[in-house]
Design a protein. Structure first.
Length: 492
């Protein structure tokens, strides 16, 4: 069947909607901007409101006979070699939960890389799935986690042959990638599916010099945030399906359980337009981004005190299997300042917002939306940072544990700990207690503490010292992290 990637069904339907001058006596209540606050219209512009129409009974008819969304999803699937694609306007946080619920149910096991995003843990809490944690590969020198190996998934299946499938995150926010083909083979020998949280990999299908993407590597379900490395609007996500291990109707039913009944046509339009852009021009655009990132990497490497993590740093025995160069991760150890302090300085003094920051790194995300002007401003700001660094010292010291000390025993299922009887205790007295909340340094949003894990002193010291050094812990119940929510002793 021929595919016309010049078509963009959602955008074309919006054009037709405006051409016909439809008058709606239905939501949204702003009535095509007429009722919106004038100051809001002045800031956002009327185009936002004009694109904000009902998906059915507006963009399409009451019975969706125009198949606008279906046609857009079919074109997206064709562009990335999937059997089925589903659009989500609730971000990949919803998409990954739908994928998990389609593979495992309450009290069933799912193998999951422990470097998973907090949305995966939220899925465990909501579903009652029993996680079997698969350890990442730790770079002890850089205090950085890379995706688990296929061998680790193999060993986990040997211990837990009743697991319903596996979930791995690749690429990581730092650009480290797993050997997805090998992990998929491990799963498929057991006739169970592989879910890939590829939120940071929307661009991967569109250039041969980028790491292999999940569908081409044989994964069954792939979750992708189009707003991260693509041209979609925030919260624009898709999840793709192939093969027969997960029925499409089951995945759709699980998604419907979680998703909104009032999806944003604006987000649909962004997803549809991104697919057309990449299908027609993706290789050229991604090739330009790769060239730009290579130039920026080389120039940043020349700045005293800065080192750009590259393939040689991330890949090798016991480390990652592949590497995405577009997240430009800059190690500041030579400057003697933390990534938190550096990111704050760049925002305050040079109006530059970085992608991620941790105790020793900052990350600059390069996409097809950048050019030499934007990377030139980044380089100038980083040079200024290097000159300002002596005045930013001393940086509060973070007590970063060794990898073995970061992992805590799972005492209860995440769901049971989260919803069970709980109390707040001082952090200084919480060692040995079972956590009843998530504690997630953000970004990148990988929980350091999960509900159900038995807390240890090294992890608590890491989080306390991290907060004092500038770490962001947005989900703790006590914003000052002087207390932590734990399961009552009677319920442990």
């Amino acid at each position: 069947m021929s595919v016309d990637h010049t078509s963009a069904p959602v955008l074309e339907a919006l054009v037709d909607h405006h051409r016909q001058g439809r008058l709606a006596f239905s939501p949204p209540g702003h009535k095509q901007a007429r009722g919106a606050d004038p100051e809001v219209r002045a800031v956002l512009g009327d185009a936002v409101f004009l694109g904000d129409v009902l998906a059915s009974g507006g963009l399409d008819d009451r019975l969706t006979r125009g198949r606008v969304l279906e046609r857009a999803e079919e074109l997206m699937a064709a562009a990335v070699h999937a059997d089925h694609t589903f659009f989500s306007t609730c971000g990949s946080s919803l998409s990954v939960k739908a994928a998990m619920l389609a593979v495992a149910g309450p009290h069933e096991k799912l193998l999951i890389g422990r470097d998973a995003h907090k949305s995966v843990v939220s899925g465990l809490i909501l579903s009652g799935i029993e996680p079997v944690w698969v350890e990442p590969r730790w770079d002890t020198e850089r205090h950085l986690a890379h995706p688990p190996s296929a061998e680790k998934f193999e060993k986990a299946f040997e211990v837990h042959p009743d697991a319903k499938g596996a979930l791995v995150t690749s690429p990581t926010p730092y650009g480290a990638c797993a050997d997805l083909r090998a992990i998929a083979e491990v799963c498929h020998r057991r006739s169970v599916p592989l879910i890939v949280d590829e939120a940071w990999g929307a661009h991967l299908p569109f250039h041969p010099d980028l790491p292999s993407w999940a569908m081409d590597a044989g994964a069954d379900i792939c979750v992708t945030s189009i707003h991260k490395m693509g041209s979609g609007l925030e919260q624009g996500s898709v999840f793709h399906l192939q093969g027969d291990l997960v029925p499409a109707e089951l995945l759709k039913m699980r998604s419907d359980l979680l998703s909104t009944t009032s999806p944003s046509v604006l987000l649909y339009a962004g997803l549809d337009g991104w697919r057309r852009q990449m299908a027609l021009h993706g290789r050229e655009l991604m090739g330009g981004a790769l060239e730009l990132a290579a130039e920026a990497r080389a120039a940043i490497e020349q700045i005293d005190g800065m080192h750009v993590d590259d393939r040689d740093d991330f890949c090798g025995p016991g480390l990652a299997d592949d590497f995405d160069p577009l997240p430009v991760v800059i190690d500041l150890d030579g400057l003697g300042v933390s990534g938190f302090r550096a990111a704050d300085w760049l925002r305050e003094h040079r109006a530059i917002d970085m992608h991620l920051s941790d105790h020793r790194r900052i990350g600059a995300q390069i996409t097809h939306g950048d050019d030499r002007e934007t990377t030139g401003e980044l380089l100038a700001a980083l040079k200024d940072l290097a000159h300002a660094a002596p005045g930013l010292r001393p940086t509060p010291r973070m007590e970063v544990p060794a990898p073995a000390e970061l992992r805590m025993a799972q005492g209860l299922l995440p769901r049971d700990a989260f919803f069970g009887p709980a109390e707040h205790v001082p952090v200084a007295e919480a060692g040995g207690r079972v956590a009843a909340e998530m504690v997630t340094p953000y970004p990148p949003g990988i929980p350091a503490v999960l509900p159900g894990e038995r807390l240890t002193e090294p992890v608590l010291r890491y989080l306390r010292s991290g907060l004092e050094a500038g770490m962001n812990l947005p989900d703790v119940t006590d914003p000052e992290f002087r207390t932590i929510r734990v399961v009552t002793r009677e319920a442990e």
